[in-house]
Design a protein around this ligand. Sequence first.
Ligand code: PBG
Length: 290
Amino acid sequence: MREGIDEPQPIPSLPGHFQHSRDSLRAEVDQLRALGVGAVLLFGVPETKDAEGSQAWNPDGIVQVALADLRDDHGDEMVLIADLCLDEYTDHGHCGVLDTTGQPDNDATLELYARVALAQAQAGVDIVAPSGMMDGQVAAIRGALDETSFADIAILAYSAKYATALYGPFRDAVDVTIAGGGDRRGYQQDVANAREAVEEIREDLAEGADMVMVKPALPFLDVIARARTEFDVPIAAYHVSGEYAMVHAAARLGWLELEPVAFEHSLAIKRAGADLICSYFARLLAERLQ
Ligand code: PBG
């Protein structure tokens, strides 16, 4: 979703994907529903960004209006999930507000995440998906939802989210550049560490997460499999932008065939134990499975 556009904008690094206008998103989701896709995950690019990312909780913000549109169009026939983070909305590109040293201020950010959760809830979301990896974010969001009338909204926590090089194409899609050449290693997980992921999942479940996510997917199949044996909750895996873009780039060069590889990737994620797969291949797979 991109605020302030009339026509969908192709995303060069994610072939087949667009930054949607309100209308083009509605048309896309109509088609996805007809293909049997049961859920969509929304991200927003606001027209204006600021230090706090305040458009993320504006009731008229881009994701909020899109949620209301889709709820009108589909009632309960489409599960609406919203990414809950600030990086698309902040002018510095970090996932939270910054302290005086220029690093995200964990606790100050939690209060803002609670505001975003309420704005998304009011707009009609089914599941909020906090992806910023701030400590205590699930508890803060659960608390804010339960105190209001939104106790039935579920939380899909991006619990095991690694600081990977595979998010590159996504950053183009949402116009995010981290100020000063910074990175997210301070709050995302170390690629070398598997045990910490299990602890992060345990903590998020204790804080009230209903479902947990491992991200990216293929380089972390061991983590998905481990989570599957340790925890009896729905486990989601996110086949991220870099995983998708690699397959497209190789296919474009004639070095491999796109569709069989798309299926193999998805089957591998399923085999490892994921119940839900967030994938840029969703439409293609649904078309082929007709
Ligand atoms: C953060 C967020 C990111 C992705 C999903 N949520 C970017 C990041 O952590 O840098 C990446 C998704 C992808 O690469 O497909 N709002």
